[in-house]
Design a protein around this ligand. Structure first.
Ligand SMILES: C[S@@+](CC[C@H](N)C(=O)[O-])C[C@H]1O[C@@H](n2cnc3c(N)ncnc32)[C@H](O)[C@@H]1O
Length: 190
C-alpha cells in the first residue's frame, strides 16, 4: 500500500518547498505522501485516527531512516495542540470529506493557523454536485464542498492550483467502480 505513488498535488508541492521543511500530513493513511515527502529530506508529522496505519508507517520510517513522527488521533484534536505558524506545509489529501461540516471547517481554520507565513496548504476532497449527493454524504457523516466553496475559504491566500473535476477511476470497499468529483487546492499563505 505504501508503495502507491504520491498524490500529484503533493508532487507539485515538493517542487516549491524550501530544503529541510517541516510538513504536516493530516489523514495520512498508510503514508504514501508522508514517505514521499520524507524521502525528499523533509521532516513530517503524520496524523491518522487509524492506529494500525500509523504503526505501519512508524515501522517503515524506522526501517528506512525517514524523519516521520506518527501520531494516532483526530485531525482537529492534534491541530489544536500544535503551535501556530510553525509548519512549512500542511497536506490533507482525501481525508476531510469523511468528517462532518463543522469538523471540516474547524480543521481548515487550524491548518491555516499552524502554517508559517508563505507556507503551503494542499487539499484534495470531495465536491457534491447536487442535493442528492449532498444528502447521501450527510447520511454517511461526511461533507462534500459545494463548487467554489473551498476557494472562498482560502481568500487572501495565493492560489497555485485550484480545480474541481472528476478524479481517477477507483474500486474499493465493495463499491462498484466509480469516480469522485474532487476539489484540488494548492495555496500559499500570503
Ligand atoms: C482515503 S484515506 C487517504 C490517505 C492518504 N491521505 C492518501 O492520500 O493516501 C483517508 C484517511 O483519512 C483518515 N481520516 C479521516 N478523517 C480523519 C480524522 N478526523 N482524523 C484522523 N484521520 C482521519 C482515515 O483514517 C484514512 O486513513
Amino acid at each position: 500500500m505504501s508503495n502507491v505513488p504520491p498524490n500529484p498535488l503533493v508532487v507539485q508541492l515538493l517542487g516549491k518547498l524550501p530544503e529541510h521543511s517541516i510538513v504536516l500530513d493530516l489523514g495520512c493513511g498508510c503514508g504514501r505522501n508522508a514517505i514521499y515527502i520524507a524521502k525528499a529530506g523533509h521532516a513530517v508529522l503524520a496524523v491518522d485516527k487509524r492506529k494500525e496505519a500509523i504503526e505501519g508507517l512508524i515501522d517503515r520510517s524506522i526501517r528506512e531512516g525517514l524523519r516521520i513522527l506518527g501520531i494516532t488521533g483526530d485531525i482537529c484534536d492534534v491541530l489544536e495542540a500544535l503551535p501556530h505558524k510553525q509548519y512549512d506545509a500542511v497536506v490533507c489529501i482525501n481525508a476531510l470529506q469523511f468528517n462532518p461540516r463543522a469538523r471540516v471547517y474547524k480543521a481548515i481554520e487550524l491548518m491555516q493557523q499552524v502554517t508559517k507565513p508563505l507556507g503551503f496548504n494542499a487539499i484534495e476532497s470531495f465536491v457534491v454536485r447536487g442535493d442528492e449527493e449532498r444528502e447521501w454524504a450527510i447520511k454517511q457523516g461526511w461533507y462534500g464542498f459545494k463548487r467554489g466553496e473551498l476557494q472562498r475559504v482560502y481568500e487572501g491566500w495565493t492560489m497555485l492550483t485550484y480545480s474541481e473535476a472528476l478524479g481517477p477511476w477507483e474500486q474499493h470497499d465493495g463499491f462498484p467502480k466509480h469516480r469522485h468529483f474532487l476539489v484540488r487546492l494548492l495555496a500559499r499563505k500570503g
